[in-house]
Design a protein around this ligand. Structure first.
Ligand code: ZN
Length: 410
């Protein structure tokens, strides 16, 4: 308390110490909380009442990845009373460059549990709950209803629609963030009476082929770091009542130019199936809504499913592909790659020939990349001289596991 008093006086600005003491009495903060949060308590635009609201508030963070990691850490540090962290995935080494709530020692551990442990280590005075079962139609209303604010830090379409639908029904604000490549975006949805929901912005699910993820498109680690931090900022403002939330506005981040742009969004749609005047998605039927059918994607952050353009009977197993290419190296050697130079650099400069593909590692990548792009371009495989082309159902991972463990996987 003495330190807080002296800072307020020494700063030459803001409320005088006697005013701060007066405001602290009755705001419900313990002496320990006053000490911990003193630097933001003394802010004239924040103060002890706002801090008290944070300490009594709760936030559900859907996704413990690149967005959810900084969001969870900042919200824990700021003193949000209860955090719920939702994720179903296990931590991988390739996550660590952006998912900063996790440690090397946690690789293989459940992300929700790992992030929750990091938050508890940062601030033992708050409650943190790991929801390892994920956000699903049958539990979404219970989860969302138990918290004051929801952060969408996921990276798959079914979860984005489900989080938005549940927030509409439960009348909870939804802070939606996204980041890919060098770009990011942020908006706060489901704010009555006029704020749009996710379905208002995207009434039709995006085509599967356009849903690129970090594993395919790449992402600079700080891009989700910036957006996730801004999601924490939005949640703090919503809980504390300080400032204006980013509702009916969309913020775009460009990391290359270090620039932000903000666009006005339209009001909610009266015809929206979720937040419209006559919604068809309700508390009574949310659990039965088929998000997988609506989006064509599953409820997890893994790679999107194959487009299934090629019947299984016409696919090659990676073992067969290795044998075939080993026998026909000259055919494969002339093949070009459909992968961008950055992917080739990631996979090939570090792999100086130790497999049947020694003369043409590009071909392995071309054939095994199990993405919609590679499957959609399967017609090129005939030019590689392979009778039963493209066998990439299980892709590079299968090649690494069953044919060549030294081949770079990313
Ligand atoms: Zn809507």
């Amino acid at each position: 308390m003495d330190k807080l008093r002296s800072e307020a006086v020494d700063s030459g600005e803001g409320p005088k110490s006697s005013q701060i003491i007066g405001r602290l009495s009755g705001c419900g903060l313990s002496s320990s909380q006053v000490s911990r949060y003193s630097r933001q308590l003394v802010l004239p635009s924040f103060g002890p009442q706002a801090q008290a609201r944070l300490c009594q508030g709760s936030v559900l963070i859907v996704g413990a990845g690149g967005l959810g990691s900084p969001a969870a850490l900042y919200l824990a540090a700021a003193g949000v009373g209860q955090l719920g962290i939702v994720d179903t995935d296990a931590l991988e080494l390739s996550n660590l460059h952006r998912q900063i709530a996790h440690q090397e020692a946690s690789v293989g551990r459940h992300k929700a549990a790992s992030a929750a442990a990091s938050c508890r280590a940062l601030n033992s005075s708050i409650q943190v709950v790991a929801h390892e079962q994920g956000l699903l139609p049958h539990n979404a209303l219970d989860l969302v209803g138990a918290y004051d604010v929801v952060l969408d830090a996921s990276d798959n379409a079914p979860t984005r629609y489900l989080a938005s639908d549940a927030c509409c029904i439960a009348d909870k604000p939804l802070v939606s963030g996204a980041a890919l490549g060098m770009d990011g975006q942020l908006t706060t949805l489901c704010m009555r009476p006029n704020g749009p929901c996710y379905r208002c912005l995207y009434p039709e699910a995006p085509a599967l082929a356009s849903c690129r993820r970090c594993g395919e498109a790449g992402v600079l680690g700080v891009a989700p770091g910036i957006i996730g931090t801004l999601q924490a900022l939005e949640a703090i403002k919503l809980l504390s009542g300080v400032g204006q939330p980013l509702t009916q506005r969309l913020l775009l981040l460009n990391c290359l130019s270090t620039s932000f742009r903000t666009f006005k969004l339209r009001d909610r749609s009266a015809a929206c199936a979720s937040c419209g005047d006559r919604p068809t998605i309700t508390a009574a039927n949310l659990a039965d809504y088929d998000y997988k059918a609506f989006t064509g994607q599953p409820f997890n952050d893994a790679a999107p499913p194959s487009l299934a353009l090629i019947p299984d009977a016409q696919r090659l197993r990676v073992q067969d592909l290795a044998q075939r290419l080993g026998q026909s190296a000259s055919d494969a050697a002339g093949a070009g790659s459909s992968r961008p130079p950055s992917h080739q650099a990631a996979g090939m400069d570090t792999h100086a020939g130790s497999s049947p593909m020694e003369s043409s590692p590009e071909t392995v990548h071309h054939l095994l990349e199990s993405t919609p792009t590679s499957e959609a371009s399967s017609g090129r495989s005939s030019s590689l001289g392979l009778a039963a082309p493209i066998g990439g159902a299980s892709g590079l991972t299968a090649w690494c596991q069953m044919v060549d463990p030294s081949f770079p996987s990313y």
